[in-house]
Design a binder for this molecule. Structure first.
Ligand code: ZN
Length: 246
């Protein structure tokens, strides 16, 4: 069954509104270090959401490919939404789908910078529309993923342009693999948040404490499968909780 909203007609979508649930991938368009892909966060979120839809038969909305990435703006290729823009975009997308009849929103998130703005949007939406239910699942924070990353990469996984996310892109886009000299990027941990110019001064090549020379497509495939399985469980728990009326 095709679960991708973008390639369905409206009558086909209408037949599936009784499902109530829609999966929405969200990421960013931002630098990911000297050999990481600009689209890393939205490409991974989109691929995981598609896999989740295929596994569960739930509709998947088009990916929100831009996010709140202000701190990366000093690097070419980064395009960022202001926090208020992301709040409004999230609100408008949810309220549009809610008007269609969807009431359960499962976001697959690929970017940490989105969390505060999206959570702010959710707080308001859930206050205004108490019948809606929302779950934000950030794939790299799933305990199953972090446990395996720790085993494979240790502390060299880092915090941005991580070994794990670079590895998953090598699995999804093997033709885009670019080697990088081994070495852990600086992670001065002096302050957070920082503005774009300060970020580039503190993290000159865009990575934060990572050594993506350790990334391989094979490990990426494994992490993708772990994340997908964990998301299937998380979505199922989310919908079960709904049935229990809690
Ligand atoms: Zn990322």
């Amino acid at each position: 069954m095709n679960n991708e909203l973008a390639t369905l007609s409206w009558p086909a979508v209408e037949k599936r509104i009784s499902q109530k649930t829609i999966i929405i991938p969200v990421g960013s368009t931002e630098q990911h270090g000297p050999n990481g892909l600009i689209g890393t966060d939205h490409l991974i979120a989109g691929a995981l959401a598609k896999a989740l839809g295929d596994e569960t038969g739930i509709l998947v909305a088009p990916t929100m490919a831009y996010g709140m990435s202000h701190h990366h703006l000093a690097f070419p290729g980064t395009a960022s939404l202001r926090p208020e823009t992301l709040i409004m975009m999230t609100t408008d997308i949810i309220s549009s789908f809610a008007r269609n009849g969807f009431s359960r929103f499962f976001f697959v998130n690929g970017h940490g910078g989105n969390v505060s703005s999206m959570s702010a949007a959710f707080s308001q939406i859930l206050t205004d529309s108490p019948n809606l239910r929302i779950q934000l699942a950030s794939w790299w924070l799933l305990p199953e993923v972090t446990a395996r990353e720790k085993e494979v990469f240790g502390s060299e996984n880092g915090f941005h342009a991580t070994c794990g996310e670079v590895a998953v892109t090598w699995y999804l886009f093997p033709q885009a693999q670019t080697p990088i000299a081994p070495g852990v990027a600086p992670d001065p941990k002096t302050e957070w948040p920082v503005g774009p110019e300060r970020f580039r001064m503190l993290y000159p090549d865009g990575r934060m404490g990572s050594n993506p020379a350790l990334s391989t497509g094979e490990i990426g495939a494994e992490l993708f499968a772990i994340a997908k399985a964990a998301l299937v469980t998380k979505l199922s728990d989310f919908l079960k909780m709904d049935q229990s009326g809690v």
